[in-house]
Ligand binder design. Sequence first.
Ligand SMILES: C[S@@+](CC[C@H](N)C(=O)[O-])C[C@H]1O[C@@H](n2cnc3c(N)ncnc32)[C@H](O)[C@@H]1O
Length: 310
Amino acid sequence: MGETAPNLFETTPDGASGTGPAYQAQDPATSLYLGDCRQVLPILPEAGTVDLVFADPPFNWDVNYGDWDDSMPREDYEQFTHQWLDACIEVLAPNGSLWVNIPDDTAAEIVLHLKSRGLTMVNWCIWHFRFGQCRNSGFITSKVHALYFCKDPANRIWNPDAILEQSDRASIYGDARTMAKETNKGMRVPMDVWYGKYWGRIQGNNKERRSAHQNQIPEVYLERIIESCSNEGSLVLDPFAGSGTTGTVARSLGRRSIGIEYSPQSAASAWERIHDIGMVRKGEGIGASSAIFASRGGSRASTPHGDGGS
Ligand SMILES: C[S@@+](CC[C@H](N)C(=O)[O-])C[C@H]1O[C@@H](n2cnc3c(N)ncnc32)[C@H](O)[C@@H]1O
């Protein structure tokens, strides 16, 4: 890994008054910009070459993100959403993929907007977690949408073999046929609902947890996306870096990456994680069964998965 060059300057939280990243390192090239992604994205020298964007925006749920206003009038939030989506589309390479992590209240708007811009939806995945906030007024929220779009479905980067999990045929039914396959015995591409061990929300004493960060998402989530939708050396971009999950996983997996974060405090903490700490569960979330039923008499025992995190 290369040396850090803490270089807090130029792109300020209130606008793109400069041009350079606040933090950068080499091998693989990794950078983190400070500022509003709508202003930073158009000045990136890498515009048009980004292979994969992962975006986990503020949800406008009045979360404390420092100076960022997370309780805008709805119209303003939708305008903000369209602006950052368009800026991401601009930096994406012709074979690039774009993932968005978004809750129920804005998922439909994002899908419609991306379709209107000519992108193709590959999957509408669900990240299912337990420990949603208790309420009586409706069903408890236990999911976020993971929307997978691309510019060119025929030419996107797609590496299913890197993210296979044990199939139910193998883990529940002990089906000999799947074990007789020539390749990938007992394995399958994961389903589009994601849950299981290490897939819980990052809270409490979870060993991934970074203090003072809101809505940190699990490493396994980014590992699945980055492994399947980019190659070693590819360029991955996160316009809302937060605690730095995307940059951390990208760097640990040998991808180049660019992060953008509005809060200087979050950016400093994210950079420490990206550059000095790295993944703490590398590879642990790949390959196991996600079965929710115990083995039915097959020879291969399975353990129903909870939502364990620590
Ligand atoms: C939902 S959090 C991202 C969490 C991240 N995925 C993680 O795993 O830690 C959203 C982040 O976007 C930042 N943010 C809000 N508005 C922004 C903007 N316009 N440009 C860049 N970052 C912004 C917030 O400060 C916050 O850290």
